[in-house]
Design a protein around this ligand. Structure first.
Ligand code: PRX
Length: 653
């Protein structure tokens, strides 16, 4: 049975445990009902919980498809995450409890954070960064990554964080697309006991980044072999973080930011070869993430919260940096892999710090399942009270395992659907209110309006269709950096003459109870281990290799990663298929994009199946990659191509 069939037959339901419900921040359904009637009032109320230096004049100005929220209002994101906590009881509260992969630990109170962010902000100023400049951040999961983001926010610089697993070329393209002035990186980071040579990658990227004036380098490898000689420093351009820190003033006045001033750009994959710079602004984004963190995770003062995402992704931005810190949470931040040095590392961390809220991805849950329960049972997880899932559809089997073995049948699970573009959680249970069903993200968050539509724009009551968001929300992307036409075209032209309908690219189903079940992307975007990758990006990387004439990439169901990449490649004259060429092509993609995009399968073929009009038939390739019987091939230019491919694929398996 396919994953989708399993989802459609799921009937189990788990109401909030009564002791959880009694103390939950939201425990009756009214919040959801009132709010869904009037998003504007709901969001205005939520925004008023933030610290504004000047109140807004208008809540929403909606000129489809462009929205402006809280116009006239002024606030600073770093003030909301740090300064506002240092005058009361949270001053000495742990903000970040950090653990490095090798086992080193550092804890920062809100007061410590205040000092670090001020210093980092002054370092950027000293390097000439001013309001509106773009700053690239290419760092491991170390506290300085968070200081760097908040330091940018403090001085009004726009950060663009690039995941440390991306290649030099990917880093270069992102820096150049938005013209960054400064890059913040580190000598290295730890991953599965290995060192990721970030500075070396950065140097490679910077050979072709004319806008970069300075590089700020954090020394991560302070213990062991690390010393200042690990990174080659370019005189005049490169500066050690720990040295510059000693040369700057301790206090930095926060920049006054308009609600609609840019907070950050984060690149994500779309259906073309070029990643999109998703633009988020200050007031709306902060409102969305602060509100959802509080209600979705039922966050209380005494919680120990842990989101396992990397700051290189939107989940790290919203639910590791801005959301939890705006709420004055205590959170765990971990640098490395879940299976290093042993497969119980996450549970060891949960036990050591008494983690009470745990937020991770289905891919990780499926890996834990595979590794087995003994790794879990070794540890005391009794402090856990809420679990979350994000990034990809969670199959009911993984949901049940999470519920039973990690949540010990005591913790509600919030399966949260959202995207880089939405900035904050959109569809989710409210843990004190919503009865959950394994595999369903349930219903929209208060203030969020969605619909299921067919391709003509007709509403679907019960059944499957395309997901749409029908009312603007504060944390929505404002545009794509440098390409507003692409913004309009990608998200607001799915339904003709309906510039007010946002199309996220996902298909979903609604059941008789009104619950939504996200079925996954309906476009050419893959979701590999929770990482979003465009098929075109991988295809471009493949055809960049001298041996490749043409390439077609599809997603293939994978037990742990959700989807794996399968590539079909035809070679140029003079090249012949071989195992070593296959390995070389896989490495070529990893080198061009990053290891996360390395294809699992590469199949050589003299030809790729095309329609008579020359379009590659991906549906057929997916059928082949997933070993299904082939559907209708009559529209193909040459049906024998498919039969040959299928035989070859089966032989390879
Ligand atoms: O297909 C949906 C899937 O991830 C996509 C967004 O990817 P990204 O922008 O990288 O953000 C991931 C973290 C928010 C969506 O279009 N997705 C995300 N969360 C879920 C999901 N699919 C099903 N269930 C989810 N909870």
């Amino acid at each position: 049975m396919s994953d989708i069939d399993v989802l459609l037959q799921e009937t189990r339901s788990f109401p909030p445990p009564s002791d959880f419900r009694v103390t939950a921040r939201v425990h009756d359904a009214r919040l959801q009902d009132d709010a869904s009637m009037d998003p504007v009032n709901f969001w205005a109320r939520e925004a008023s919980e933030l610290t504004w230096s000047k109140p807004w004049d208008t809540v929403l100005e909606w000129t489809p498809p462009h929205a402006k929220w809280f116009q006239g209002g002024q606030l600073n994101a770093s003030v909301n995450c740090v300064d506002r906590h240092i005058h009361g009881p949270r001053r000495n509260k742990a903000a970040i409890i950090w653990e490095g992969e090798p086992g080193d630990r550092r804890t920062f109170t809100y007061w410590d954070m205040y000092r670090e962010v001020n210093l980092a902000a002054n370092m950027l100023k000293k390097l000439g960064v001013v309001k509106g400049d773009r700053v690239a951040i290419y760092l491991p999961m170390i506290p300085e990554a968070i200081f760097a983001m908040l330091a940018c926010a403090r001085i009004g610089a726009v950060h663009t964080v690039v995941f440390g697993g991306f290649s030099p070329e990917s880093l270069r393209d992102r820096i150049n697309d938005c013209g960054c002035k400064v890059l913040i990186t580190a000598d290295g980071g730890y991953r599965r006991g290995q060192i990721v040579p970030l500075k070396r990658n950065a140097d490679e990227a910077l050979k072709d980044c004319p806008t970069i004036e300075h590089v700020l380098v954090v020394m991560r490898r302070r213990s062991g072999v690390g010393d200042e000689t690990f990174a080659e420093m370019q005189e005049g351009r490169d500066h050690w973080w720990h040295r510059l820190k000693r040369q700057v003033p301790k206090h930095c006045e926060p920049e006054v930011m308009d609600a609609e001033d840019l907070l950050f750009i984060l690149y994500t994959s779309g259906t073309t070869g070029k990643p999109k710079g998703i633009v988020h602004t200050t007031g709306g984004y902060m409102t969305g993430v602060a509100s959802t963190t509080k209600y979705v995770f039922d966050l209380k003062e005494e919680d120990v919260y842990w989101c396992t995402a990397d700051i290189g992704w939107i989940t790290g931005h919203s639910y590791l940096v801005y959301g939890p810190l705006a709420n004055g949470a205590t959170q765990v931040v971990y640098e490395g892999a879940p299976d290093w040095p042993e497969k119980d590392r996450f549970w060891q961390i949960c036990e050591r710090y008494g983690v009470s809220i745990f937020y991770t991805a289905p891919t990780a849950i499926r890996a834990f399942m595979k590794w087995g329960t003994p790794y879990v049972e070794k540890h005391d997880l009794s402090q856990l009270r809420l679990l979350g899932s994000v990034g990809e559809p969670i199959n009911p089997e993984a949901w049940m395992w999470y519920h039973k073995h990690i949540g010990q049948e005591r913790c509600p699970i919030v399966d949260t659907w959202w995207q880089t573009e939405t900035g904050a959680i959109m569809i989710t249970p409210l843990p004190g209110v919503t009865a959950t069903k394994p595999g369903s993200a349930t219903t929209p968050f208060p203030g969020i309006k969605t619909a299921l539509l067919d391709t003509a724009g007709n509403e679907i009551g019960v059944g499957g269709g395309l997901l749409a968001i029908t009312h603007p929300w504060p944390s929505m992307l404002r545009t794509i950096w440098g390409d507003d036409a692409r913004y309009v075209d990608t998200y607001f032209t799915k339904w003709p003459n309906r510039l007010d309908l946002y199309f996220p690219g996902d298909g979903a189903k609604r059941d008789d109870d009104g619950y939504l079940w996200i079925l996954g992307r309906v476009d050419d975007v893959l979701n590999v281990a929770g990482h979003r990758i465009g098929t075109m990006e991988v295809e471009s990387a493949l055809v960049d290799h001298p041996a490749v004439a043409e390439a077609a990439v599809v997603g293939k169901a994978h037990e742990i990663k959700g989807q794996a990449i399968a590539a079909f490649v035809s070679l140029r004259a003079g090249f012949t298929p071989s195992g070593s060429l296959r390995d070389e092509l896989r490495e070529h993609v990893a080198m061009k994009i990053g290891a996360l995009a390395r294809p699992d399968d590469i199949l050589f073929s003299a030809d790729l199946p095309k329609t008579r009009s020359g379009k590659i038939m991906r549906r057929l390739l997916r059928d082949i990659a997933e070993g299904r019987a082939l559907g209708d091939t009559t529209t193909l230019a040459d049906p024998s191509v498919v039969a040959a491919l299928k035989d070859q694929y089966e032989a390879q398996e």
